[in-house]
Design a protein around this ligand. Structure first.
Ligand code: AMP
Length: 434
């Protein structure tokens, strides 16, 4: 299936070609036809699956097709609500890229900055509005946004909005939208509150489920180092020194931990920056911008802050701490396995974290190869019950070093950005078979 076969308007096809998108990802292939028919959609999928284009492309198509008929050019006709400013900015960039030949205009609004510029952009007229919930509701309450002409609404990362306490804002926003509209609802997970919310928001909907857990885990090269907590900074420095040219995203469970890692790296003359909720928006955007541009090689992030990170050439994710929620591990390593590209994810595991490792392995249904030897090895033996019950898959990579797995038929998936070709080998971290 190609984008052309989906029957999209010519200016959109042209933009997708320029982006290097040749084939739709599974979520795009399944969702776009449903959305082009005007139906509502419940998408169970996370970022990294090509979700933004899955909703962005059909919205642009509808709005573009309607332009000549519509008296309401430059009135807000599509609204995307997303939890963080990073995600909002990224979605705005995607609409700009996919819609660059359509003449449609989008703007992004989020909190933490003065509202003046955003209000001016709204006054200038926009077709597509991308917003975080707090600022959106605030501007709506001030009477600065009209949704009279709204035709499409997207709720993105609904489960994260719930986690961040936005659920009441979301309900208030939805209540103020015109009832005759196309509604799209995306969430990586479907806890009870989210199911209820989706029922309230959606009319006659179809459901598309993309299971990223295994898919992501399978295409990312993974490994774990057993290391004592006190030695984690040294191991990190050791690894980063081996591959100074790589863009590396380091995950820390806590904000405080993230700051500490940055300090430790600075002591070893490795430049890095932390992004998390306690950093100012300017600092976060600067760090993210520098990282995306390749000026900053090491970014240390907490889970929430990292959800919006979409970096083309991110070759390595390091889990400095193992998360106690296994799904978080999958989200983290998905930062490097964007869309159908692959990458490497290495985890540090101290003795207390071994049960987390076991839970992760149960979820992804594969064994994470134990890597070593390394200078800071914690060689206390693994408890029997710390090991996963399942045998590693038959193409278990725990013994080989050069067996990067490519997804069949997808190695050119990202076109110009295909990273399978230049992805580093897992560093001498020959997996030991314990
Ligand atoms: P998302 O899930 O929307 O955050 O997208 C993940 C990444 O996949 C982004 O870097 C997109 O630019 C990229 N992407 C989305 N759709 C395609 C496609 N059909 N072909 C190639 N790359 C894509």
């Amino acid at each position: 299936m190609t984008f052309k076969e989906l029957g999209l308007a010519e200016p959109i096809l042209k933009a997708l070609e320029a982006e290097g998108y040749t084939h739709p990802t599974p979520i795009q292939e399944q969702s776009i036809p449903i959305l082009l028919k005007g139906k509502d959609l419940l998408g169970v999928a996370q970022t990294g699956t090509g979700k933004t284009a899955a909703f962005g492309i059909p919205i642009l198509h509808h709005l573009y097709e309607g332009i000549s008929l519509s008296q309401s050019k430059r009135k807000v006709k599509a609204l995307v609500v997303t939890p963080t400013r990073e995600l909002a900015i990224q979605i705005g960039e995607s609409f700009t890229a996919y819609g660059k030949h359509t003449g449609l205009r989008n703007t992004v609004i989020f909190g933490g900055v003065k509202q003046g510029k955003q209000v001016n952009a709204l006054r200038g007229g926009v077709d597509i509005l991308i917003a975080t919930p707090g600022r959106l509701l605030d501007l709506m309450n001030q009477g600065l946004i009209s949704f009279r002409d709204l035709e499409h609404v997207v709720l993105d990362e609904a489960d994260q909005m719930l986690d961040m306490g936005f659920i009441h804002d979301i309900k208030k926003i939805i209540a103020k939208l015109p009832p005759k509209r196309q509604s799209l609802f995306f969430s990586a997970t479907m806890p009870k509150d989210i199911v209820e919310l989706s029922r309230k928001m959606l009319g006659d909907f179809e459901r598309v489920t993309i299971k990223p857990e295994q898919a992501t885990a399978e295409k990312v090269e993974q490994g774990v180092y057993f290391v004592q907590k006190a030695n984690k900074p040294k191991l990190l420095v050791h690894l980063l020194e081996q591959q100074p040219q790589d863009s590396v995203l380091v995950f820390s469970r806590t904000k405080h931990g993230a700051n500490k890692i940055v300090k430790k790296l600075a002591q070893a003359d490795i430049r890095s920056a932390a992004i998390h909720g306690n950093k100012s928006q300017t600092a976060r955007q600067k760090a993210l911008g520098d990282f995306k541009d390749g000026k900053l090689k090491v970014l240390v992030a907490t889970d929430i802050a990292a959800r919006g990170i979409d970096v083309e050439e991110l070759s390595l994710v390091i889990n400095y701490d193992l998360p106690n929620v296994s799904e978080t591990y999958v989200h983290r390593i998905g930062r490097t396995g964007r869309a159908n590209a692959s990458g490497t994810a290495l985890s540090f595991c101290d003795k207390d974290e071994r049960p987390y490792l076991r839970d992760i392995e149960k979820l992804i249904k594969q064994e994470v190869p134990r890597l070593g030897p390394h200078p800071f090895m914690d060689d206390s033996p693994e408890e029997k019950e710390d090991r996963p019950q399942r045998q590693p898959r038959s193409n278990n990579r725990s013994r080989g070093q050069n067996n990067h797995k490519k997804k069949s038929g997808n190695s050119n998936f990202r076109g110009k950005n295909n990273r399978n070709t230049n992805k580093p080998k897992p560093r001498n971290f020959n997996s030991s078979s314990e």
